[in-house]
Design a binder for this molecule. Structure first.
Ligand code: ADP
Ligand code: MG
Length: 728
């Protein structure tokens, strides 16, 4: 009994003694395993290279003969690095990355062994992908989907396989992955933002969205984690009494990184850099055993790929160091969960960050235009942003222990609030020369200076402006960034298109100047965005009341939030921008609902299992010891035994009480699950899981945790919070 936990603790002491000082060169050859632009240029002739660059810049198709040349170059580059296989690498809607390796080896017509990799293999593949979720888009008789090369994200070597980033679509062309809609959204945003940026600088030809994510995660000893079926099966602890010491002393945050963890981080960073993931920042997070990793930001599609690749890499390297990485948003209750802040901005082909104030008033007018329009987009679609980040796991994190509140609001800081206040005062129509000069000199001309000292931060804000970018903090640590980024790109694109239409309307009046028209529109937008701006404490009771009064939608449950994808407003948004068809949207909601149901179903089963097969038997064993003890005391003391056995008998009773509560709790939970499983409609089913099944998780857990405090430590089968969080 209980051997796994104690074996693990023993083994841990030995592992610690063995930590070696890892030997990594401080700057490994960055991107040496990436077929990037430099390699491409080196391996193609100038004309071919120019043609590819142009196609990538414009988003146009690459011809078959060009694809053949690139494939040949890729293969010879990969072979020089001992690569034998290639795969299309994609992100299906399971949340993990997918790969199906094919070897370069082939047989010629005369059965000779040859190596083959040409344009057709580069451009398209036909994985038998019938087991990936499609939300009903693919009928089983047309189960195949196909993957198609994304030339904007460079191929890379992972292990000894050449990985080619691809989209994954059905035969009818519908998206079955995260990348397809993301690319559609970046192209919509590019067009809309370029049109606006041209108001300010005619040389702007392209606008890219940039993303810098901050990946939070927990690292626990792998052998200890093995003693917990809940960690293995669900990625989080379903029970476990709080450790007496948690994060209350704040002594972990930014503290010195434990040597064993550092060894893991160094190896992870080493491999990340080779793969071209520009990791830069590492530190301890607030909760014990929690850490963070952040890269230098990149174009959003590449950054999304890099995050997906990194999480895969993290799991592999952790295993080597006998760690388990927990990417779950709330692996432990009572301490901070993990997020993945998505820092987002817009960058022009001329290198200008459109959300960074410039040196001239005109630059700053451009900044304000993008700044205010982004907030207006968030205002219009706050519920949709919420829908983009909800899941069974993030639902547990939002609104607790320093995580942002599940109500979307935007924090911009005192100084920018002041700028908006002043801008809101401008008169309607054409501005007087004095008013304009005043505005340019005293309001927008001062922005760079004020932003420099604008350091106030508000950690609980779900969407904050942080000097030169917006930071979407409600995103969960496990989420594929493409989900929220597709929504953010789309809503901003829609808003910018709208804005341009209005400005153009003003400009039909020949007397109206461009900046007057923009000032006018911005003034109206400021009035509109007041509702979503919030600078105070997101955790205060008064804000929740106020937010409801303002008409903002506090998140009640994942299924409810997901409904927003199907609202008329959202359907129109995505249809107009060609990001999602209605069918694609419905499919996504179905998949997310199904994920929610399955997650809760697995958690419920695992909890029932542990409670009945681990906790109750352990409690009974200990109770038997107590009973033996009472019997012994009776033998010795006869009728006066109660004087000595009083506390033991009380314990026996309390244990029985908890056992009863656990057992009936599990029975009731199973009954509710059975009822829920009979429901046909996925929304109703998810709702039933949320309202009828999930509440039992807490009651069952409560009694298990109470038993953890009563039962002999040496008999307890599961690694305890203090061991998981503090032993490394
Ligand atoms: P903090 O923890 O204070 O938010 P970090 O330095 O940990 O700050 O993270 C900042 C993140 O913002 C990094 O991932 C960085 O790449 C990203 N970032 C910085 N500038 C931009 C930008 N223009 N666009 C997108 N992301 C950015
Ligand atoms: Mg941050």
């Amino acid at each position: 009994m209980n051997s796994i936990r104690f074996d693990a603790l023993n083994k841990l002491a030995k592992t610690k003694a063995k930590i070696s000082d890892a030997e990594y060169s401080t700057s490994p050859q960055y991107a040496q395993n990436v077929f990037n632009d430099i390699v491409l240029q080196r391996s193609l002739n100038q004309q071919a290279y120019n043609e590819v660059s142009k196609a990538i810049f414009k988003g146009t198709k690459i011809s078959r003969s060009l694809a053949d040349q690139i494939a040949a170059a890729m293969k010879s580059w990969a072979s020089s690095k001992n690569v034998t296989h290639y795969t299309h690498w994609f992100q299906p809607l399971t949340g993990a990355t997918a790969e199906k390796h094919e070897s370069f080896f082939d047989l010629s017509n005369t059965s000779e062994a040859i190596e083959r990799f040409d344009g057709s293999q580069l451009v398209q593949q036909d994985p038998d992908a019938s087991s990936f979720p499609s939300g009903g888009i693919r009928n089983t008789f047309e189960a195949r989907g196909y993957t198609a090369w994304d030339p904007t994200s460079p191929a890379f070597i992972y292990g000894n396989t050449l990985c080619i980033p691809t989209i994954f679509v059905s035969y009818t062309g519908e998206a079955l992955d995260y990348k397809t809609p993301l690319l559609r959204s970046t192209s919509a945003l590019d067009k809309a933002a370029t049109d606006i940026a041209k108001f300010f600088d005619k040389n702007t030809l392209k606008v890219l969205a940039t993303l810098g994510w901050e990946q939070e995660y927990f690292l626990v000893d792998r052998t200890l984690a093995t003693s917990r079926p809940d960690l293995i099966l669900t990625g989080r602890t379903l029970m476990g009494h709080e450790s007496s010491k948690g994060q209350q002393l704040n002594d972990h945050y930014f503290g010195s990184i434990p040597p064993r963890v550092l060894a893991f981080m160094q190896e992870l960073e080493h491999h990340s850099l080779i793969l071209g993931i520009p990791v830069k920042t590492r530190h301890n997070e607030v909760a014990p055993a929690q850490f963070e990793l952040a890269p230098i930001y990149e174009e959003v599609n590449l950054s999304v790929d890099h995050n997906a690749l990194l999480t895969d890499l993290m799991n592999k390297i952790a295993e080597k160091h006998n760690f388990t990485v927990l990417l779950h948003e709330k692996p432990f209750s009572g301490i901070n969960g993990s997020g993945k802040h998505n820092n987002w901005s817009l960058k022009t082909n001329t290198g200008i960050n459109l959300l960074s104030p410039g040196k001239t008033p005109m630059n700053n007018l451009q900044f304000l235009t993008f700044f205010i329009n982004t907030i207006a987009a968030v205002m219009k679609h706050e519920s949709l942003l919420q829908a983009s980040i909800v899941s069974a796991s993030n639902e547990l994190r939002l609104g607790t222990d320093e995580a942002p509140l599940p109500i979307i609001s935007v924090f911009i800081g005192e100084q920018l609030t002041e700028v908006l206040n002043n801008l809101e005062q401008v008169s309607k129509g054409k501005l007087s020369p004095k008013e304009k000069t005043d505005l340019k000199l005293n309001v927008i001309g001062k922005i760079p200076e004020i932003l420099l000292d604008n350091t106030d931060r508000n950690r609980t804000s779900p969407f904050a402006f942080t000097g030169n970018k917006f930071e979407f903090r409600a995103v969960g640590s496990k989420t594929n960034c493409a989900k929220p980024m597709t929504v953010l790109n789309s809503i901003v694109a829609e808003q910018l298109i709208d804005f341009k239409k209005k400005v153009d309307l003003h400009l039909q009046n020949p007397k109206m100047k461009k900046d007057d028209a923009i000032f006018n529109e911005l003034r109206d937008s400021i009035k509109y965005i007041r509702t979503i701006l919030f600078e105070g404490d997101g955790y205060s009771e008064s804000w929740i009341k106020q937010a409801k009064k303002r008409g903002l939608s506090p998140l009640t449950s994942t299924p409810d939030a997901l409904k927003e994808y199907s609202s008329k407003k959202s359907v129109e948004l995505f249809k107009n921008l060609n990001v999602f068809s209605k069918r694609e949207l419905d499919a996504r909601v179905e998949i997310d609902l199904q994920q929610y149901i399955l997650t809760l179903q697995i958690e419920g089963r695992t909890l029932g299992d542990i409670a009945r097969n681990h906790i109750i038997p352990t409690a009974i064993q200990y109770q038997n010891t107590l009973i033996e003890n009472v019997k012994g005391l009776k033998e010795i003391y006869d009728s006066s035994f109660e004087m000595y056995a009083k506390e033991q008998m009380l314990l026996i009773e309390r244990i029985s009480g908890h056992i009863e509560q656990i057992n009936t709790g599990v029975s009731k939970m199973i009954a509710e699950r059975k009822k829920a499983n009979l429901i046909e409609d996925n929304f109703d089913k998810a709702n039933a899981y949320h309202t009828q099944v999930k509440p039992y998780f807490d009651t069952i857990r409560y009694h298990c945790d109470k038993l953890e405090l009563l039962v002999d430590n040496s008999k307890w089968p599961l690694a305890k919070y203090r061991e998981l969080l503090f032993s490394r």
